[in-house]
Design a binder for this molecule. Structure first.
Ligand code: SF4
Length: 767
């Protein structure tokens, strides 16, 4: 047994459960704010911020109040489903489903090779444990091909960060003198603790400034000191011009760069080639305004920058990710309070290659960044006639038919596979195309956590216990993967019994036994997460068994950063330090700090060979020099508008919230357009508009909105979902963005799609 006492299962067993506040988190964005909820049976009746939460300290936005729509407003699956030859579905019991799925996957692995099976997904905003356990099933089958939504959003950024820093960086917006938001509206997309409170604090402080680069006058832009409405798709020109002003006016941190940078001279030389006036014209921002912003950045003690999907899913995205970093590195805004910094991770979601070369997919040739196949190439790869193509897929806690470009192509790809299985809570658009669907417990019915821990100098994590028992017929993913791994023959009880006995003797005995067994038996090591669940997990408090995999994470963090783990309040040496950290994580639903650095230690976290920042990336300096010849306008006579597909708004969340009733406003997710464009089309708010792109056509309700730039229109994410009220047929509400996108337009390096920059045509619908 570990040093934790076994504790009662769920607080719902208490005498008057409706008066109990249960600690958990909001799972509707990566912030995972701590909340306390009240329950009436399985209904979440009240939600309030958890003031004791280690990161959010009681803060929430309006979305948390609607968590019951996540938990209960979805038609949950309560039994495994199997597709019949005629396309219909039949319910099967768990034992049958696991045996048949394991047989089918084993057959593909034996006949085609495990590398012809793809694992897609592995978690959303607040549930990353399923990905950890999914890795055991991957290893048991020899799966090497994998992907998830990060490969259509963040791989360009990761490619740049690997080369510059060898790791991920993040801003300290709570303290930054100047905060820059680039293609990001944190008022709605959040991204750091207590987002709106911090934004309002910056706006009210005359000594601090906020810069927002966005064609739309967003809620964040309304709070900004400098709103730079660059024309859609021209951010690279604006960032290049800002960098060029810093160089031309002698505002770069020369001495700091000499000590901490590499490739400085060639980078400065590339910026010297930028025609500032011409680039200002091309992005639509006055040169004088660009110079004013560059000078404000240079005068600041600290600058923090946050880029997001507005530029990561638009033209020149990887180049823009580089240019914004080049700007703050030129200013020396790294590793000081309020500046950009590297940070620790409980379990890194990305690997960052500093070497400068990635493997390529044998079918499509796309770069495999951080081990992920570019999302835009998955369907093409499956539909190709290459003998190397993917033949089977395991898709977990993800809905790629809805969330990846060209939904129809992804549907065809799935139906052409030899075999597919989806693990999810509901019959999603993706599940509808699968051969089997396994119903998972929801995020409130099992222990879970997020690995979006990105803070410095103190980094924190929150392991949240379940607040409800799994819905009858569903299983938590650790149990699903454990059953699959057993059915695949990768482990059996003979392997596990000695480790169970060791776990009963305590954490020190277990640690020794596990490490010895993993060293002696590579097969057991490969499926380590499931082994931990089956052994250590049995000694954890009831309901927390699925947290067992985090024991290994805690040991890794303690091994890499022992002094900083102790500084965060955990005692011990060697494996005992990891044990104490793990126990603290398990015991505290408010979350814990797991590392605390001194400010001066930030450079220690860089993973470049010499722990300096590499400013010069040859491919991107070439792209910068070639920028004067690049296109800025991708519209045509046929498609004269730029459509941003997937805007985040007050009432957008994940595709599990399907009941349109959760939106108090904007129930259909309107297409926003400027008053000028509306007048030109003869359209008013509430009218129907047909939006047509090279990828498809759909009818949306119009919203005339004076925050939009002429020529730029937007639809939100999370719409176009089928929802079936009890017993009825599913009805679609709003436009599914990816019925309008194509996989053809993509970043040349990362392959990330241009969802925020789709040429489109609008026509009023009169009948
Ligand atoms: S910022 Fe809002 S949506 Fe995000 S986790 Fe917190 S309460 Fe939920």
């Amino acid at each position: 047994m570990t040093d934790l006492a076994k504790r009662p299962a769920l607080t719902t067993d208490q005498a008057d459960p409706t008066t109990v506040w249960h600690k958990t988190v909001c799972v509707l964005c990566s912030n995972n704010c701590g909340v306390e909820v009240r329950l009436d049976g399985r209904t979440i009746t009240r939600v309030r911020g958890n003031k004791a939460h280690v990161s959010s300290k009681g803060y929430t936005c309006e979305k948390a109040l609607r968590l019951d729509h996540y938990q209960n407003a979805t038609s949950r699956l309560t039994t495994p489903m199997k597709r019949l030859d005629d396309g219909g579905w039949v319910a099967v019991d768990w034992d049958t489903a696991i045996a048949e799925i394991a047989d089918a996957l084993r057959r593909v692995a034996e006949e085609r090779g495990g590398d012809k099976i793809m694992y897609y997904g592995g978690g959303g905003q607040g549930n990353h444990l399923c990905g950890a356990y999914g890795s055991a099933t991957r290893k048991a089958l020899g799966i090497t091909r994998r992907s998830n939504a990060l490969a259509q959003e963040k791989t360009g950024e990761a490619w740049v960060e690997g080369r510059m820093f060898g790791t991920h960086t993040h801003g300290e917006f709570h303290k930054a003198e100047v905060s820059v938001f680039l293609g990001k509206n944190p008022w709605h997309s959040h991204g750091f603790d207590e987002t709106r409170r911090v934004l309002k604090e910056i706006a009210a402080d005359g000594s601090r400034s906020m810069v927002v680069i966005d064609p739309r006058r967003t809620e964040t832009a309304d709070l900004a000191d400098f709103w730079l409405p660059a024309k859609p798709g021209t951010d690279a020109f604006l960032l290049a011009a800002i960098g060029a002003v810093l160089v031309e006016e002698g505002l770069v941190a020369t001495r700091w760069l000499a000590a901490n940078g590499r490739g400085v001279e060639e980078t400065i030389a590339a910026f010297e080639t930028v025609p500032i006036g011409s680039f200002a014209e091309r992005c639509g921002i006055d040169e004088a305004r660009i110079r004013e912003v560059a000078r404000r950045l240079a005068a600041a003690e600290s600058v923090s920058v946050y880029e997001d999907l507005g530029i990561e899913m638009a033209p020149h995205s990887t180049l823009v990710s580089y240019l914004q970093r080049a700007v703050w590195v030129l200013l020396g805004s790294f590793a000081k309070p309020g500046a950009m910094t590297a940070h620790t991770a409980m379990a890194p979601l990305f690997s960052y290659g500093a070497s400068g070369s990635e493997p390529t997919d044998p079918v499509t040739g796309g770069a495999i960044i951080s081990g992920l196949v570019p999302c835009n190439e998955i369907a093409d790869g499956v539909l190709s006639d290459s003998p190397q193509r993917t033949r089977a897929m395991i898709i977990e806690s993800a809905n790629p038919v809805h969330s990846l470009a060209d939904s129809d192509k992804f549907r065809r790809a799935m139906r052409s596979l030899d075999f597919s299985v989806v693990i999810d809570v509901a019959m999603t658009e993706t599940a509808e195309q699968a051969d089997y669907v396994l119903p998972a417990a929801s995020q409130y019915e099992k222990v879970e956590t997020t690995f979006f821990n990105m803070a410095f100098p103190e980094n924190r994590c929150c392991i949240r216990p379940p607040i409800l028992a799994p819905l009858d017929g569903t299983l938590p993913e650790p149990e699903i993967h454990s059953r699959l791994v057993r059915a695949l023959g990768a482990i059996d009880d003979d392997d596990l019994e000695p480790l169970r006995a060791a776990a009963d003797r305590g954490s020190a005995a277990f640690g020794e036994a596990f490490m010895a067994a993993a060293t002696a038996n590579p097969t057991l090591a490969a499926v380590g997460p499931v082994v931990l669940y089956e052994t250590l997990g049995r000694t954890l408090p009831a309901g927390m068994e699925g947290a067992a995999v985090l024991w290994f994470s805690a040991q890794q963090v303690a091994l890499r950063h022992p002094d900083q783990v102790r500084a965060a309040g955990h005692d011990g040496e060697g494996p005992a330090l990891g044990d104490r950290l793990f126990e603290a994580m398990i015991a505290n639903p408010d979350g814990v700090a797991f590392t605390r650095h001194e400010q001066g230690q930030a450079f220690d976290l860089l993973r470049t060979p010499d722990q300096k920042i590499n400013l010069a990336i040859p491919e991107l300096l070439d792209a910068l020099r070639a920028l004067p010849e690049a296109e800025t306008d991708h519209t045509t006579e046929d498609f004269p508008f730029v459509l941003s597909a997937g805007e985040r708004r007050s009432f957008t969340a994940n595709t599990i919230i399907r009941d349109p009733a959760w939106r108090k406003r904007d129930p259909e997710g309107a297409l926003r357009l400027s008053p000028g464009d509306a007048a030109g089309l003869g359209v008013e708010t509430g009218d129907r508009v047909r939006v047509t792109t090279p990828g498809g056509s759909a009818v949306a309700v119009a919203e005339v909105n004076d925050t939009m730039m002429n020529g730029h229109v937007a639809i939100p994410n999370g719409l176009g979902l089928g929802y079936a009220p009890a017993g009825g047929e599913p009805e679609l509400t709003g436009v599914a963005p990816n019925e309008l996108t194509t996989t053809d337009w993509r970043d040349p390096i990362a392959g990330t799609p241009w969802h925020k920059h789709i040429p489109a045509r609008l026509e009023p619908v009169t009948t």
